[in-house]
Structures are given as structure tokens and as C-alpha cells.
Design a protein around this ligand. Structure first.
Ligand code: ATP
Ligand code: MG
Length: 517
């Protein structure tokens, strides 16, 4: 073993010494074998780790396993077009991606090729897809909020610029919708968005693109797509390439939001490649470096300090769980890498509580510090009341007799749940959210039937037009509200809501008895 290592090192040293700048391109190897997504190549003695190799028909590959006699290459194109015996050339560079303002509004693949039929992407600047994460000293604490436009998140699970917040849940629980709503809410907020779809069905990608297009979100968004039938190598490089594009803007001082949809597929593609390359399988057949796969990706999201321009890269990685198993291998890895998780529950989804965020199982660790004061002043009471309600909810469902206090808690909880519901693609501005939450925590909705809450909320939002400009401006910035402001708002809402109030206590009790959603 020792001898073989020594021999390899000797060969590498010799090849480096004999390597002249021009000789890189003269090195030509041969394909020994090709299979789904990988090729085994021999005869490139000077090749470096992760060097880009050129195959016939303009297919690129990344040198991944460098053994004594042969190289395992991850292919970035269709393996069916290659044959054993074909020539392979070195390029002398690592994989990189085109970056720049030209990419805004474009749909590209991880090699920078246009997928939107709008012609070649014209950028000239390129960045390697694998770049070191910013050093600790280059980072600043997360202080600015990234508003998602979703009441349940902005109030209870706030996200800060530079934070990494995992979105997790079973299949079809609304994971993509949360991320897309967050992108839609960045309109006019000077946040550049990147949506990276990894190995998804064409139909889902088309649906997402249509939502972005119809809401004019492509004006500030870059979309990177790999689809289910693309080479697994493309899935593997996609999030790194998308991150390099994000870093370009972050280093120019911008705030960037990046969505990886989803990293389960990314991990599966990496497992597939690793097994084909005969890397030793570990737990659930994933290779030993699976944690490093995602940690080196998500470490690149940060808030840079002022000397470096003060830009930020906020990451919303998405992960799919199976049978609500949050403690499976890849989900727990990602939970430990990120700054919190938004857990989507299939049972809430079935009950029609959308977005189906399970507040009890979700957490946002750094976002609270970035939350605006007006939000913070309403969210504490809300969280507690909601937690108490969830505990009592099951009793109510079985028709248990409850005392007056418990009944009030349940009625209030029902209204919180109902107010936190929100339709897709309809992010709510900050001022409207604060006012609804203010009315909610001051129990102004408690006398209103749950069915009428949607209209009641709309009435509150409409009543904001009557406010004086100064107070409205402060609400829009979510600055802290003084007692006089709160008093003024609450009395306005009280008069607005008079027509919705219900006097008949019997109907109220009926709502409780009919179920709690
Ligand atoms: P997949 O696992 O297939 O990626 P997903 O978890 O990303 O699914 P989505 O595709 O976002 O889930 O949403 C699933 C379905 O739920 C979609 O049909 C979407 O329209 C619907 N949906 C999601 N959020 C809402 C909402 N707030 N209101 C109404 N419908 C919603
Ligand atoms: Mg999805």
C-alpha cells in the first residue's frame, strides 16, 4: 500500500515537473468505459482533481477519482453520445460559470447555456463553481430582515438576510410555494433572487416559471434548471454554480436570495455518481463525504461586513422528508448545517391550513434578531397563544366539556390559525401584516365568526388608507409603535370590524363544536 502511494506521488511530481504550459492541451487520453453519468478514462498523467475534461461532441466532464492508472470522470452531458476509445482532452481549468447582470431574467443550465430560447448568455465574466466560503472575519451579524410576505413566517419564524433557513416537508406539502412566494415578495425591495431547480419534473419547473413570469418576478430573478432526465453530474454541480452567480452579486454589495429546490435530489444524484465511481458506500448507501457536500455549499451563504460591501446571500434550501421523518440521515445533516427549519405538515395541508407550517416543529435561530420591532411586539403573545391552543385542540375535537377560559383559548387559537392562512402567490406587505397581527393579538377578531375572518382582514387592510401618512410610513418600515399609535390603530380597527361582529353566543359555541380548523 505504502509503496503504491509513493509511486503515485512520484509520478505526480514527475508529471508536474515535465508539464509545460502548452503541454496541458497536448495531453490526450482515451475513454475506457462509459456508463450512466460517468466515464473511466486513461492516459492523462498530469490531470488535476476536479479539472474540466473535454470529450467529443462538446461534452465536458469533471475529473473526480484520480487513481494510479485511470480517472473516474463525472460527465456533464449525455453519456449515450460517447463511446469507449473516444479521445479525451485536458482543459487546464476547473469548472466555472458565467456571471453578471446579463443573467438577470434568464433561464440557464449549470453550464451557463440558455434554456429560454432568448439566445446565448452574453456575459464575459466567469467564476469557478467551487469557491471557499467567506472567512469569519469577513462576516457581519444578521441584522436586516428578509420579508417573505407570509404572515406565519414574518411573525413567528422571521428570516434575516444572510441566514440559511431549511424548508422541509413530505411530498406535495407546499415547499416550493413558500420559496416562490418569498421570491415574489422581493419585488421592488432590491433583493436579487436565484431559483435553482435540481432534477425536477419538467411540468413542475414550467409551473414555477409561469408563476415567476406572470408576476414579473423574472425582472430580478435568475433561474437555473436541471431536469429529471439530465445527467446526474449536472444535478451535482447546479447548486454550486447557482451559488457562484449569487456570490457575484453579493460581492458587488447586493442582497441575494437563493432557493435550492431540492437538496434531496442533489444528494441522490451525488449518491448515484459515487456508487458508479465505486466510492465506498456508508449509511443509506451515501458516500462518506455527503455532509461535506451540503456544508460547503451552505457555508457560502452569509452577510458580508461593510468593508466587503455589506452584501448578503440568504439561502432557502428545500428538503423532502419521507413519511414525516425529520430525523432521517440527510434531513438531520441539513438541520445541523442551517440556522433553522420551516417544517410543513401533511396533516395541516390536508386540513386546508395553508401554508401548512407546523409552528411547533419549526424554528428560526438568527432571524429573531433581525425582526423589525413592530413585528416583535406582536409575535411573542401570538406564539404563546397558538401553542396553548394546539395543546387544547385535541380535547375540543372529542367534544370534552371545557371551562370558559379553555373555550376562550380555543376560540382565540382558531382565529390565529385562520388569520395565518394565506393563499399562494399573494404575499402581504409589511404594514398590512402588522395591522392584522395587532388586531389579532388584541383579540379584536374573537367576536367574529371564523368564516368571516378573510373579509374582516381585508377590511382592516382597506382601512389603512384612512391613516395619516406619517403613521403609515412608520408601519411600512415596521418601526416600533408607541402606545398612542397602537391606541389609534386599535380604535380604527374596532370601528371597521363592527359590522362583522357576532352577538349570538350560541353560534360561537357551534363553531367550536364543529371542529377547530
Ligand atoms: P413537491 O414535493 O412535488 O415538490 P411541494 O412540497 O413543493 O411539492 P408545492 O408544489 O409547492 O409542494 O405545492 C403543492 C400543491 O399545493 C400545489 O398544487 C400548490 O398549488 C398547492 N399549494 C401550496 N401552497 C398553497 C397555498 N398557500 N394555498 C393554496 N394552495 C397551495
Ligand atoms: Mg416542490
Amino acid at each position: 500500500m505504502k509503496h503504491s502511494f509513493e509511486r503515485v506521488f512520484k509520478q505526480m511530481r514527475q508529471s508536474r515537473e515535465t508539464l509545460k504550459p502548452n503541454s496541458i492541451l497536448q495531453e490526450v487520453g482515451t475513454i475506457l468505459s462509459v456508463s450512466a453519468g460517468i466515464a473511466i478514462v486513461e492516459g492523462l498523467p498530469g490531470v488535476g482533481f476536479e479539472e474540466l475534461l473535454l470529450f467529443p461532441r462538446h461534452i465536458y466532464g469533471i475529473a473526480f477519482n484520480i487513481d494510479e492508472h485511470q480517472i473516474g470522470v463525472v460527465l456533464l452531458g449525455d453519456y449515450c453520445l460517447l463511446n469507449a476509445g473516444d479521445e479525451v482532452k485536458r482543459t487546464g481549468r476547473v469548472m466555472d460559470i458565467v456571471v453578471g447582470n446579463e443573467l438577470i431574467g434568464r433561464v440557464i443550465d449549470p453550464l451557463g447555456r440558455a434554456l429560454d430560447g432568448k439566445g446565448k448568455v452574453s456575459g464575459t465574466q466567469r467564476l469557478p463553481i467551487e469557491r471557499p466560503a467567506p472567512a469569519i472575519m469577513s462576516r457581519s451579524p444578521v441584522t436586516e430582515p428578509l420579508q417573505t410576505g407570509l404572515k406565519v413566517l414574518d411573525a413567528l419564524l422571521p428570516i434575516g438576510r444572510g441566514q440559511r433557513e431549511l424548508i422541509m416537508g413530505d411530498r406535495q406539502t407546499g415547499k416550493t410555494s413558500i420559496a416562490i412566494d418569498t421570491i415574489l415578495n422581493q419585488a421592488g425591495k432590491n433583493v436579487l433572487c436565484i431559483y435553482c431547480a435540481i432534477g425536477q419534473k419538467s411540468a413542475s419547473v414550467a409551473k414555477t416559471l409561469a408563476i415567476l413570469k406572470n408576476n414579473q418576478a423574472l425582472d430580478y430573478t435568475v433561474v437555473m434548471v436541471t431536469e429529471g432526465n439530465d445527467a446526474p453530474g449536472l444535478d451535482y454541480i447546479a447548486p454550486y454554480a447557482a451559488t457562484s452567480i449569487g456570490e457575484f452579486f453579493m460581492e458587488a454589495g447586493k442582497d441575494v436570495l437563493i432557493v435550492y429546490d431540492d437538496l434531496t435530489q442533489h444528494a441522490r444524484s451525488y449518491r448515484e455518481l459515487s456508487l458508479l465511481l465505486r466510492r465506498p458506500p456508508g449509511r443509506e448507501a451515501f458516500p462518506g463525504d455527503i455532509f461535506y457536500l451540503h456544508s460547503r455549499l451552505l457555508e457560502r451563504s452569509t452577510h458580508l461586513n461593510q468593508e466587503l460591501g455589506g452584501g448578503s446571500l440568504t439561502a432557502l434550501p428545500i428538503i423532502e422528508t419521507e413519511e414525516q421523518n425529520m430525523s432521517a440521515y440527510i434531513p438531520t445533516n441539513l438541520i445541523s448545517i442551517t440556522d433553522g427549519q420551516i417544517y410543513l405538515s401533511p396533516s395541516l395541508f390536508e386540513l386546508g391550513v395553508l401554508p401548512a407550517v407546523d409552528v411547533g416543529k419549526s424554528v428560526s435561530r438568527v432571524g429573531g434578531k433581525a425582526q423589525r420591532p413592530a413585528f416583535r411586539s406582536v409575535s411573542g403573545a401570538l406564539k404563546l397563544a397558538y401553542a396553548q391552543f394546539e395543546e387544547l385542540e385535541n380535547f375540543a375535537r372529542f367534544g370534552a366539556r371545557l371551562d370558559d377560559d379553555s373555550l376562550k383559548t380555543i376560540e382565540h387559537g382558531q382565529r390565529i390559525r385562520s388569520c395565518l392562512k394565506q393563499a399562494e402567490s399573494s404575499p402581504l406587505p409589511v404594514a398590512a401584516q402588522i395591522c392584522i397581527l395587532l388586531a389579532l393579538t388584541n383579540r379584536l377578531f374573537d367576536n367574529i365568526p371564523v368564516d368571516s375572518l378573510k373579509n374582516a382582514q381585508q377590511a382592516i387592510v382597506a382601512s389603512l388608507n384612512t391613516l395619516e401618512q406619517d403613521l403609515l410610513a412608520r408601519l411600512q418600515l415596521a418601526e416600533s409603535l408607541n402606545e398612542a399609535d397602537k391606541h389609534q390603530l386599535i380604535s380604527l380597527f374596532k370601528t371597521t370590524l363592527v359590522s362583522f361582529s357576532e352577538s349570538d353566543k350560541a353560534t360561537k359555541l357551534k363553531t367550536v363544536a364543529n371542529g377547530t380548523v
